[in-house]
Design a protein around this ligand. Structure first.
Ligand SMILES: [Zn+2]
Ligand SMILES: [Zn+2]
Length: 114
């Protein structure tokens, strides 16, 4: 009866921590949401939401590539390629252009890893 074997509760993976693991092998205290660990978002500033709002207002929610309506705010130069969170590097983009642009970026990202 495998289902009845009692298992000790998992402990947090952080060295020296004895709390039970509740999230992906870590306790509540040591668990870091992916937004903070992914390289894409590591440089995200605390005022990111404000910058995004300002970029939307400046561009009047028009895609900077095709001029169509676009509420997504994108990095003109991707952060992974040295772009910053400066307002000059943020621009509104539509779904279609964003999808195309992301495709190119992930292809370049894969090429860099080789
Ligand atoms: Zn812990
Ligand atoms: Zn567009």
């Amino acid at each position: 009866m495998i289902g009845l074997v009692a298992r000790a509760p998992k402990k947090c993976l952080t060295a020296g921590c004895r709390k039970p693991a509740t999230k992906k092998g870590k306790c509540d205290e040591h668990h870091v949401p992916w937004e903070h660990t992914s390289p894409r978002n590591r440089s995200r500033p605390a005022n990111a939401a404000t910058l995004v709002r300002r970029a939307r207002r400046r561009d009047r929610e028009r895609c900077y590539l095709c001029g169509g309506p676009g509420r997504i705010v994108d990095h003109v130069i991707p952060v992974a390629e040295g772009g910053t969170w400066d307002l000059s590097n943020l621009a509104c983009i539509c779904d279609a252009c964003h999808a195309l642009k992301s495709q190119g970026e992930s292809a370049r990202g894969r090429a860099r890893q080789r």
